[in-house]
Ligand binder design. Sequence first.
Ligand SMILES: [Zn+2]
Length: 392
Amino acid sequence: MNAAIWAHPWDVVDEGPERVAQRLTDLGIDEVNLATAMHSVQTLNPHNPDRKTFFADASVYFQPEEGRYGEITPDVNSTMGDRDWLAEIADGFDDTPIALNSWSATFHSSSLGRQHPDATIESPFGDSLIWGLCPSSPAVQEYGRALTGDLTDRGVFDAVEMELADYQYGTGYGWHHQEWFTRMGPLGEFLFGLCFCEHCRSRATDAGVDVERARESARDGLTDRFEGRVAHDTDVGGWLKAHPAVDAYADVRCDTLAALYDDLSDVVSPSDFGYYFKMGGLGDDRMGVEHSWKHGIDLSSLGDLIDEATVLAYHRDPTVVRDDVNATRTLLDAPVRAGILAGHPIVHDRETLLAQTRAAVDAGADALSFYGYGVVPERNLDWIGDALAAIE
Ligand SMILES: [Zn+2]
């Protein structure tokens, strides 16, 4: 079975791409999903020879071809400077069995959000949510196409894979020292992240939606949640049935994203176009792929546009990993890769990783991806090797 591992470029260049390739081959890994455009992050790198932690603002890890971009241009990682980590890694992997895939969190950039507040997701109250660029914005769409073309045309990737190239979610997957002392729950998260930027409003108006009514209902719904007038575990679908303007407003996003992904799949061709299903939360709070509509993703149209779906099946209980893979296979007409987090807070021992890997394979996963090369300790890498050997 095809097995990939996610990797940040600093861990690969610090250790040396050739040495990493050999090590991965020994573990039974044949692909690397390399971070090329990523959100801000601090990583702990237990086995990195040069640095045990890395701080990065949202940035790209290659030298972009500047003429491709319009209003929004990528930020080159400040630690990388004039180097081109992507080029170094692609060269290093060239004579090895390791295939390279691009992994980008295309619209999740607090750096670009700060520079372009007009292009960010805007809460129903009018706040700019700076961690997320809104896919309805023409400037953001142009950026998505340019970035994807820039990466594809390097000619080094078998697949170009995207994460969070969608409308994301209210808390934006975390921020420094977040102070959210109100339990948002799925409804609060959904409504707070429902974008009311000028582009989303204009698209919804064109589709015949009563936008002001939708915004007022979304604000009222949030205030009701803040004040405890609706429960934290209110079913979002049920709430939307009672608030049809919001329902219709959210629906318009699906058409916008489907059209954008249609463009992106053309840009990516002839490489494969992969999409990650990361629907918020981790462990017991994690939502399954069936919640993708909350990010504006219409699974029925997406199946025709992507070559592979990766479900991030990050859950301690192997039966939930199995259910995640099953649900993705049922809901989406595309090959399904299971993403498995091979470390804390999900996996703390070899047996759990083996059970999760087995569950994904038994549920019919077509391929596997493990998280992640530099961020798990040596012993966890060994567990990945053992898990792959066990399913052969
Ligand atoms: Zn918007």
